[in-house]
Unconditional design. Structure first.
Length: 205
């Protein structure tokens, strides 16, 4: 396809596509003339993933390039591809320190039998949340979090089920990213609605 069609099908402007080409985010097309090139479905999938990484996940161009380079190095390893796209796996270039572990996080992961890397950013988030809640007088421990974790586990199964029909790794990474980032506000809204409903059930006649 010509660049104009690539732009139309991807929803990305020609100017932006040219910028991605200059920055090395998008591979060059097959040259057909001095100033013309053709692009294929792989360019389209990569362009959609770039748009998801920059627009949905909010990465900078340089960070997006690092993710795409890492994806290229691990082509065929679906687990790692999804982790890199979603940010659940740190990039090799990351200089961040190890996630601040707590005994509570370790105990929860062990009880669940989950395979979660010790440097996973989510571990740090969970540890910081537990510390913050305790500082505010909320006696939270891993036993309290366990039923929530089981619900998250069921949600993850639903998420990954929606990728089963995809053979292309880039397409799978894009869909996983969209489902995760864009669906999270809907999941939060459902929780608030469920809380309102449960409150009404318990406290109104």
């Amino acid at each position: 396809m010509r660049m104009s069609e690539l732009s139309r099908r991807s929803g990305v402007s020609v100017t932006t596509i040219k910028y991605y080409l200059r920055e090395g985010l998008l591979p060059t097309g097959r040259q057909t003339a001095a100033t013309q090139a053709e692009y294929d479905e792989q360019h389209l999938r990569r362009l959609r993933l770039i748009r998801a990484l920059t627009g949905v996940r909010g990465l900078s161009v340089s960070a997006t390039r690092e993710v795409l380079d890492a994806l290229g190095e691990h082509d065929g390893d679906t687990h790692r591809l999804l982790g890199l796209a979603l940010g659940t796996i740190r990039l090799p270039a990351d200089s961040a320190a190890d996630a601040p572990e707590t005994a509570e996080v370790d105990a929860l992961v062990k009880e669940l039998g989950w395979n979660v890397h010790r440097q996973a950013p989510a571990r740090a988030t969970l540890a910081e949340t537990i510390t913050s809640l305790r500082s505010l007088g909320v006696p939270l421990d891993w036993h309290t979090l366990l039923p929530y974790a089981r619900l998250a586990e069921r949600t993850a199964i639903l998420d990954l089920d929606q990728l089963d029909d995809l053979d292309d790794p880039l397409e799978a990474a894009e869909r996983a990213l969209l489902l995760t980032v864009l669906l999270e506000p809907a999941l939060m809204a459902l929780r608030r609605m469920a809380q309102e409903n449960e409150s009404a059930r318990r406290h109104t006649a």
